[in-house]
Design a protein around this ligand. Structure first.
Ligand SMILES: Nc1ncnc2c1ncn2[C@@H]1O[C@H](COP(=O)(O)OP(=O)(O)OP(=O)(O)O)[C@@H](O)[C@H]1O
Ligand code: NI
Length: 311
């Protein structure tokens, strides 16, 4: 939902995710953690999803890949390359057309050498060559393929995960916090790889809590808060506070070092204590009684916003 006419590689509409939990062993409750979420990635784009811990970023990634936990239900529409995908279809696309760079290095199988994992046990020479090229690109030592995950440093493991994602010539990469533990040079290398990948007409959804990193590499930013998108903005909108739409995004902007490091007190609401209406209401200086009602996401200046007061 922007002014871009480019084709959507990923389009998510009205995604909601709830966990079923049992309280005191008996009473079943549904905890809604993602609410009517919309987000899209066009051809050639890196879209960064930024939000604080617990805002639902990883669940979004897992929903797109169809790997949510069993006690979790997702409703809404997910389209990849213009095709609405259901659970069976996403299973076919996963690891091929759509790949995940997971948040945790625990996704590596501890019992298998990493080279074979990245090659998915395939023996062809071309596959081995591609794996070796990727390891070299990520500056992994020559013998890395023969090591087990426990023999890798955290940064090496992360670079192995990045190599795994790049093995299959995917169309869409979902990268969930791909840089923690990486040295600056390695992080920049990974981001350069994403950029080249997107420039070929593919898409990247980059999930991060690091807004400065997002502003450096992304084309658009989706601002997450308490399980929904409060704003979708172009990176260039972050050049001035006035170009931004939502009071929360403006607060994030003022907290950036280059804009005075102004702290913003308070916390995102806990899933069990969500306020009615706007989730940001209790922290918002523009709060009015109308904010307790339904807050639609609307188009505004080539982006979107979920705030009735935004102009
Ligand atoms: N298995 C689960 N059972 C119940 N609630 C869960 C489960 N997994 C996640 N949640 C809740 O869902 C919400 C979103 O979690 P998620 O992992 O997507 O956050 P995140 O934005 O990725 O955070 P972080 O930046 O820390 O990785 C959190 O409130 C979390 O407590
Ligand atoms: Ni996460």
């Amino acid at each position: 939902m922007t002014c871009s006419n480019d084709k959507h590689i990923l389009e998510i509409n009205n995604l909601s995710i709830a966990f079923t939990q049992y309280e005191q062993g008996l009473r079943q409750i549904d905890l809604q953690v993602i609410h009517n979420l919309n987000v899209s990635v066009h051809e050639g784009e890196i879209v960064a999803v930024v939000g604080s811990s617990g805002s639902g970023k990883s669940l979004l990634a897992h929903a797109i890949l169809g790997i949510l936990p069993a006690n979790c239900t997702a409703v809404g529409n997910i389209a990849v390359d213009g095709e609405l995908v259901d659970a069976a279809r996403i299973r076919e696309l996963r690891g091929k057309k759509v790949v995940l760079v997971p948040q945790s290095v625990n996704y590596l199988d501890p019992l298998e050498k990493v080279g074979a994992q990245v090659r998915r046990e395939r023996q062809e020479e071309a596959v081995r060559k591609r794996q070796e090229e990727l390891f070299a690109f990520y500056k992994l030592p020559a013998n890395t393929g023969e090591l087990y995950p426990f023999e890798l440093s955290g940064g090496m493991a992360r670079r192995v995960l990045l190599s795994t994602a790049m093995m299959e010539n995917p169309r869409l990469i979902i990268a969930d916090e791909p840089t923690p533990g990486l040295h600056l040079a390695a992080a920049k290398n990974a981001m350069r790889h994403f950029r080249e990948f997107a420039d070929k007409g593919n898409g990247v959804l980059l999930i991060t809590h690091d807004i400065e990193l997002a502003l450096e590499v992304a084309d658009r930013i989706a601002v997450f808060y308490a399980g929904t998108t409060l704003e979708e903005a172009l990176v260039t909108d972050f050049q001035s506070e006035d170009a931004l739409r939502h009071p929360y995004t403006k607060a994030l902007w003022r907290a950036l070092p280059q804009n005075g490091f102004q702290p913003f007190p308070g916390n995102q609401p806990y899933v069990k204590a969500m306020p009615e209406g706007c989730p940001f209401g209790p922290r918002c200086s523009q709060f009015t009684p109308e904010c307790v009602g339904e807050i639609p996401q609307r188009l505004l200046r080539c982006g979107t916003v979920r705030c009735i007061h935004a102009k």
